[in-house]
Design a binder for this molecule. Structure first.
Ligand SMILES: Cc1ncc(COP(=O)(O)O)c(C=O)c1O
Length: 409
């Protein structure tokens, strides 16, 4: 596919923006040399007028794509009346959003924060407080190898990838890592000392690896047996992305956790995270034990309510287009044997390669398609939920072109 262009609408500022960042920002991000200026639907446009089909959605954030008219409209209305008032007072949107979350999740008490890692941090505190009430010895957290739970100190302590932890050790004590999906290892790790079991049902950063229903059920059984809290991290794999509201609803019957944490797409690009818990876990946080200055602001909560209003109707499309996308990727896998697996649910899709995928990401960007590679060899696709079959066809065309060159090389 040749790159589609539109006339640049403003003079280019690329060198100075990039230079300023190089001079004044902490150099913790390895950014691509692209300056994004605006987005519309599933497309983004850079300062050179180049357009890109966005199959990463701000790493799973822009669920409704860019500049969705209903989201733009509620933001316009809400900034005119109230953006933030702190958690000292009530406002019109936190209660209704918590009610909506209760309806769609099957868990009934929410806490709002600003990001995924902050939600995870709160969930860890809930596990620790729950354990502490029972015994000072009950503080262990059982979590999975290959997981990713965020970047704060608590979250990296339970993240099962040494590269995220090693520069910051020593971290939280009492964390036990087990191989994902290994029932015997999970059974051996959970005991009377366990305060919480933390699971990402579809590991995102770890390469789009789903856990099966038996494993989820075993975690539930062990949490009940040892009076530990079961926490599902739905930050990447939840909130509509798997074609259900939450990944634990893919299981039949549904395996309910005690605590679920979510973030990324909740407020369509505004920062919002949440902890949603059942009545068993909720008392672990009493008044004054946790809080957030920005969390659950009026603007973010109102946008999330609007998002949930739209999401209900979008879920069938997420399932349909996701199935179509995986089928088309499997066709490619039939022709290119170096694609060793295609997996995922809804619009959380992974294609594993037999070689590192970094160059494929660059080649795709060159051709106007934004994707990501994680776990070295897994191409990860997190397109917006509004993506169409036609846009999937465009993405597949780009990948086909790149893979054909790979085959020749
Ligand atoms: C499963 C999971 N948990 C936690 C996080 C951390 O979320 P945030 O970057 O919003 O802090 C992420 C982010 O990618 C994630 O994928």
């Amino acid at each position: 596919m040749s790159t589609l262009t539109e006339p640049a609408s403003a003079p280019t500022a690329t060198p100075s923006v990039i230079d300023l960042e190089k001079q004044y920002l902490l150099q913790n991000y390895a950014r691509y040399p692209v300056v994004i200026r605006r987005g519309k639907g599933a497309w983004m446009f850079d300062d050179q007028g180049r357009r890109y089909l966005d199959f990463i959605s701000g790493i799973g954030v822009n669920a409704l794509g860019h500049a969705h008219p209903r989201i733009v409209e509620v933001i316009r209305q809400q900034v005119d009346s109230l953006i933030h008032c702190s958690n000292l007072y009530y406002h019109d949107y936190q209660g209704p959003l918590a009610k909506k979350l209760a309806e769609v999740s099957g868990l009934n008490r929410s806490f709002f924060c600003n990001s995924g890692t902050e939600a995870m941090e709160g969930a860890i505190k809930m596990c620790r407080a729950h354990g502490n009430r029972i015994s000072r010895e009950k503080y262990e957290l059982v979590t999975l190898d290959n997981s990713f739970h965020g970047r704060t100190v608590g979250a990296i302590s339970v993240t099962g990838q040494p590269k995220y932890r090693q520069d910051f050790e020593p971290l939280l004590p009492g964390v036990r890592f087990v191989p994902p999906g290994d029932a015997a290892a999970l059974e051996a790790a959970v005991s009377e000392r366990t305060a919480g079991i933390l699971i990402e049902l579809i590991q995102g950063e770890g390469g789009v690896y789903p856990m099966n229903a038996e494993y989820a059920r075993l975690a539930r059984t062990l949490a009940d047996k040892y009076d530990a809290l079961l926490v599902f991290d739905e930050i990447q794999c939840g909130v509509g992305r798997p074609g259900k509201y939450f990944a634990y609803q893919l299981m039949d019957p549904v395996v309910l956790p005690d605590i679920m944490v979510a973030a990324k797409p909740l407020a369509c690009g505004l920062p919002l995270g949440c902890i949603v818990s059942n009545e068993r876990a909720a008392p672990s946080l009493a008044a004054g034990m946790h809080g957030s200055t920005f969390g659950g602001g009026a603007l973010a909560c109102r946008v999330a309510l609007e998002f949930f209003d739209i999401l209900g109707e979008l879920l069938p499309q997420v399932v349909r287009v996701g199935d179509y996308f995986r089928a088309r990727l499997r066709d490619l896998a039939g022709r290119y044997p170096f694609i060793t697996d295609v997996r995922g649910f809804g619009l959380m899709v992974g294609a594993e390669l037999s070689f590192p995928g970094k160059q494929i990401v660059l080649d795709a960007m060159e051709r106007g398609l934004l994707i990501n590679c994680t776990h070295e060899k897994v191409l990860r696709f997190l397109p917006p939920y509004i993506v169409t079959e036609n846009e999937v066809d465009i993405a597949i065309g780009v990948l086909d072109e790149i893979f054909a060159l790979q085959k020749e090389a």
